[in-house]
Each structure stands twice: as C-alpha cells, then as structure tokens.
Design a protein around this ligand. Structure first.
Ligand SMILES: [Zn+2]
Ligand SMILES: [Zn+2]
Length: 176
C-alpha cells in the first residue's frame, strides 16, 4: 500500500495494478474485486513457479526427488560415513511427462522450456488441460503442507473462460 500526501488530500493506490483506489478499497488494498482475486490467484501460483519439479505453465510433474539409497550414500561418502539417509539430500529423476532428450528439462506435455514461468498465450491454447494440471499440482502442494488453500473446482471452471485467465479464476475459486 502506498499513500501519497498531496497538500491536504490523500490518494491511495491498488496493491495489484497500482491504479487509484478509494481509502477503504476492496479488502483494504485493492481498487476492484478483479485485482483482489488476481492477486490471490497469482500468489498461489508462485508455489508452482518456485518448485523446480513442476512445469509452471501446465502443472505437470517433470521431476521427482528421492533420497539416495544406502548404497548410493556409501559410494558418495565412503564406508565410514556417519551421515544418515535424511542428511543426504536427494536424487532427481525425470518423470515420463518430461522430454527425456532435452537438457535443461523441457515439459513434454506443453512444450514449455522455462519451467518456472507460465506463458498465458500458450496456456490459452490448452486452457482446460493446463488448468486441470495446475489444480492437481496445487492440491499436491497442499498435501505437502506448502499452503492451506482449498480451491472450489466448480467455481474455478465456471470463471475460467470468461476471460481466459487462470490466475483470476483461481483467485475467485479459493475457499476462505
Ligand atoms: Zn487494481
Ligand atoms: Zn508444461
């Protein structure tokens, strides 16, 4: 929130679009319901963008990370290591959804090669597929304890195509 003091009147700007808003705003900080909802939706999507196992464009899981086996640990650390499996970090494996040939990893489902970024133009071509993948990954992130938001599928798909805007539909469908 930014407040500028112009002589004796205050102006307030929207936390999402930076445009003017009323003092009360929508939910305290936004100029409109739309800005509020997009902000919420985009916040939730950053959990996918920050997870290197996932494609942020379509939600596909491209890598799994598993702890090293005892045999692998011995190979890395020698026979006298006292390190436990839990300390050993993880090994990454590509899933069948990743393009096996490409390095760095390319999404085999939607072709995205910058996995940490969604491409709305590409998403709009496979909108429902991308939306379903994103919902599934957000559910998994919830099970992993990354966030505590639940999403109402019916509301999400109801808003999804008017306009083609995944963050907006998501923000509208977050329960609570
Ligand atoms: Zn706004
Ligand atoms: Zn993808």
């Amino acid at each position: 929130m930014s407040i500028r003091n112009q002589s004796n009147s205050h102006t307030y700007s929207c936390e999402y679009c930076n445009g003017p808003r009323t003092k009360e705003g929508v939910n305290g900080s936004f100029c409109s319901e739309e800005c509020h909802d997009k902000h919420r939706g985009e916040n939730l999507l950053t959990y996918l963008e920050n997870d290197h196992r996932l494609c942020a464009n379509c939600g596909s899981k491209l890598k799994v990370v598993e702890p090293p086996t005892q045999a692998q640990l011995v190979k890395i650390q020698g026979y006298h290591s006292t390190k436990s499996l839990e300390d050993g970090g993880g090994y990454q494996y590509k899933t069948p959804l990743a393009d096996a040939e490409e390095l760095p990893t390319v999404c085999g489902s939607c072709g995205n090669c910058t996995l940490s970024k969604p491409f709305p133009e590409a998403q709009s071509i496979f909108l429902r597929e991308c939306a379903r993948g994103i919902l599934a990954s957000l559910r998994e992130k919830r099970r992993e304890g990354t966030h505590d938001k639940t999403i109402d599928d019916e509301t999400f798909f109801e808003y999804l195509e008017t306009p083609d805007d995944i963050p907006l539909a998501l923000g509208r469908a977050i329960d609570g």
